[in-house]
Design a protein around this ligand. Structure first.
Ligand code: COA
Length: 263
């Protein structure tokens, strides 16, 4: 029988120990439950004491980010703990029919889950690339059009916080920041790469490749692997990651429930 429990002090260590068997697959849960518990609410499903799924609601971002990982039997009970509206859910594609039943108005996008292991990457070094650290870097970052045109733009402070929180590399041409890539989660087993962007006027010149290469190199100097999600029809981004050595290891669904945000 499936039993669903909220993660709290009484079961936290048991949950972490269960997730430890596959940190790559459970990267967000493994990280957030341990290192960002104040923004993380998680419900786990157990069957005969074995963890068979979870739903995690992460609230530090603009919209709640919901991670659903589950065997089919547990999904119906877990999905009852999702917010009612305005969230983004990440889930395995095989759970689509169950998610659709619960959220018929949601929009769905397919994403490739790509990974490169230590020793398997090719690096594209460039003198134009450096780590973003200073207030001046934040001002330049704020001045670039958003990589997600449908997201609101805001002040310098947001970008200073961003480069303080993330490990970000930028490409500078004639002092102008034209491209960047970052890592938003770091564990010894895996770093997550994201926020890859090149200004419209500077595309197809290798800049995203240089920036992603730099952050991937730092990732693989400090962990076993680097991974990312990319929309399955974003061919130029997929090409960037393949050049560096990332390979597709699976697919995920991006479920937009009422936010309008696309991957
Ligand atoms: C994806 C993106 C970052 C690529 O930036 P870029 O600086 O142009 O990338 P690069 O020049 O380093 O490499 C692009 C590669 O894609 C190839 N490419 C371009 N259009 C392509 C297409 N439609 N299909 C396949 N490959 C394509 C280029 O030829 C190049 O490969 P090559 O070096 O083998 O010739 C940029 O288009 C962008 O900012 N898009 C919007 C934000 C985004 O989608 N970010 C990724 C989120 S995961």
């Amino acid at each position: 029988m499936v039993v669903v429990e909220k993660v709290d002090e009484s079961n936290r260590q048991h949950v972490i120990d269960s997730l430890k068997s596959d940190v790559v697959r459970h990267v967000f849960a493994f990280h957030d439950i341990q290192y960002d518990p104040q923004h993380t609410t998680t419900y786990v499903a157990f069957e005969n004491g074995k963890l068979t799924g979870y739903i995690l609601i992460y609230t530090a971002l603009e919209f709640p980010s919901v991670i659903l990982e589950s065997e089919k039997d547990a999904t119906g009970k877990l999905i009852e703990h999702a917010p009612e509206n305005r969230f983004i859910m990440h889930a395995p594609p095989e759970l689509l029919p169950i998610i659709k039943r619960r959220f018929p108005d949601a929009k769905y996008y397919a994403e490739n889950w790509m990974l490169v292991k230590k020793g398997q990457a090719r690096f594209f070094k460039s003198d134009a690339v450096r780590r973003l650290r200073t207030k001046d870097d934040a001002i330049r970052l704020a001045g670039l059009p958003s990589s997600r045109e449908d997201r609101s733009r805001s002040g310098i402070k947001k970008y200073l916080d961003l480069i303080g929180r993330m490990i970000m590399y930028g490409v500078f041409i004639d002092e102008e920041l034209v491209a960047y890539a970052g890592s938003f989660l770091q564990l010894p087993q895996i770093w997550m790469i994201g926020r890859v962007y090149t200004h419209q006027d500077h595309r197809n010149k290798g800049y995203a490749t240089s920036a992603t290469s730099a952050v991937t190199e730092e990732a693989l100097n400090n962990s076993e692997s680097a991974a990312l999600f990319v929309r399955s029809d974003n061919y130029s981004a997929i090409r960037v990651y393949e050049k560096i050595g990332y390979e597709k290891i699976g697919e995920k669904l991006w479920v937009d429930m009422g936010t309008g945000v696309k991957p």
